[in-house]
Unconditional design. Structure first.
Length: 101
């Protein structure tokens, strides 16, 4: 998963998703806390903010994770182009039309 340069930048991208998730959840919990203080509705603002933060965080991680997986797949398939047929891909039987018993 690390890049060819050996810097490990791919690992930092993936670990960053966890920090982004925590940031989104904590931000909405804070908004819920502020709502509790303003409208004196403890603990409902905190609970609602936490729930919205969890849902938003899961959505964000899923969206970013899928995008990163697509980029990773593109970079890996780009590296294999022109490498020739591999074992088990069925291309080694090209040109053979008869079966041997």
């Amino acid at each position: 998963m690390a890049g060819r340069d050996g810097s490990g930048s791919e690992y930092w991208k993936w670990s960053g998703l966890g920090f982004e998730f925590a940031g989104v959840v904590l931000l909405f919990i804070y908004f819920g806390y502020l709502a509790d203080r303003r409208w004196h509705c403890e603990p409902w603002g905190l609970i609602t903010g936490g729930a919205i933060g969890l849902i938003g965080g899961i959505y964000w991680v899923a969206k970013e994770g899928l995008q990163m997986m697509r980029e990773l797949d593109r970079s890996q398939t780009g590296d294999r182009r022109g490498a020739g047929p591999g074992p088990g891909d069925g291309s080694s039987d090209q040109g053979r039309s008869e079966r041997r018993p």
